[in-house]
Design a protein around this ligand. Structure first.
Ligand code: ATP
Length: 321
């Protein structure tokens, strides 16, 4: 039998520092303008070669599917579909889940990103990062960002990335009620049903370009360019708060508490229900975490204190047997 090789990768969560829904696209997706940020809350994914064409996955979190609907296995299928000569390769995937599920933190997308990066190494495919990012967009709009990591402006469905200088010296408290999840399709559908009167006519190219330019020249991107934590905190924005907060009083209450503790700014991430507060030091983040814990001593409320990171997927170790 041939040698067994394993790669262990860290797959980072993301938050949205800015999320604007510009309009509705003819392909059914929304046209977005976002600023994405990797945070150092990571799942650990181990990929091991199998001698036969077996693909299997295990995960320590009961809410994560282990069948072909798992985004990591979908990533294996996508590669095999693109490169039919890989059809006889097998892989064993183990996911250690640390990122909460259905949280607006792109945990599943990040696992798919790690799987693509890891299989490129394990199967020696020699794809460039750009090639991996392009391929991954077919699987999910947030996956190219999860591969790239750091800080980026995302437009289109979220798959078109413009780099900006990555932020690192910022800290973040994340808070999520464990039993509460928000379905991303539900959030967008509800937004469309209630607020489509705010949509720009994106079939008009000049309008679309104008709206995208407005974000690039806007206060959030300017604040990031200047690495101005206070300005970043005060320009956080997420259109989806308009539908998720009214539907979940608990999340609104959590957001209100978090916003009152003197951080740089507080916002819901993605389609929620995770709420985050930014701070300029680890101590300030820890202090806010303890204040939230004291104000809301509900064991269902999970809290994390972490930091911004410049990498999306990180190779932790390689093992050859
Ligand atoms: P996003 O911010 O991209 O909308 P999310 O953080 O809201 O993502 P995820 O945790 O990525 O949500 O998962 C949403 C659903 O996807 C889960 O309820 C789960 O059934 C399914 N899923 C498939 N693969 C995975 C995976 N590897 N990790 C987590 N969830 C997965």
């Amino acid at each position: 039998m041939g040698s067994m090789t394993s790669y262990t990768l860290l797959s980072a969560a993301k938050i949205n520092l800015y999320l604007e829904i510009i309009g509705h696209r003819p392909d059914g997706f929304h046209e977005m303008a976002m600023v994405m940020q990797s945070v150092n809350l990571c799942d650990r994914i181990t990929l091991t070669n199998l001698p036969a064409a077996i693909r299997r996955l295990q995960c320590d979190h009961p809410q994560v599917p282990t069948d072909n609907s798992n985004l990591a296995l979908k990533a294996v299928d996508l590669l095999t579909y693109k490169f039919p000569e890989l059809a006889n390769r097998g892989v064993d995937i183990t996911i250690e889940k640390n990122i909460p599920v259905g949280a607006g933190l792109a945990g599943g997308s990040s696992n798919a990103a790690a799987t693509l990066v890891g299989l490129n190494l394990l199967w020696k495919l020699g794809l460039t990062q750009i090639e991996l990012e392009e391929l991954s967009a077919q699987l999910g709009s947030d996956i190219p960002f999860c591969i790239r990591g750091g800080t980026a402006i995302a437009t289109g469905r979220g798959e078109i990335l413009d780099p900006i200088s990555s932020l690192t010296d910022l800290y973040v408290v994340l808070a999520k009620y464990e039993s509460l999840s928000v379905s991303t399709p539900w959030a967008y559908k509800t937004y469309r049903a209630n607020f489509s009167d705010r949509y720009a006519d994106i079939s008009d190219n000049a309008t679309l370009q104008e709206r995208q330019k407005r974000v690039h020249a806007g206060p959030m991107v300017t604040a990031i360019t200047h690495k101005d934590g206070a300005a970043i905190g005060s320009h956080l924005h997420n259109d989806l708060e308009r539908v998720v907060l009214p539907a979940h009083d608990k999340v609104q209450q959590l957001r209100d508490y978090m916003a009152s503790y003197g951080g740089l700014g507080t916002m819901m991430s993605g389609s929620g229900p995770t709420v985050f507060t930014l701070t300029s030091t680890q101590d300030a983040a820890d202090e806010i975490l303890h204040k939230v814990r004291a104000a809301l001593p509900d064991p269902d409320l999970k809290l994390w204190s972490t930091c911004f990171t410049a990498t999306g997927i990180r190779l932790e170790s390689e093992t050859k047997n």
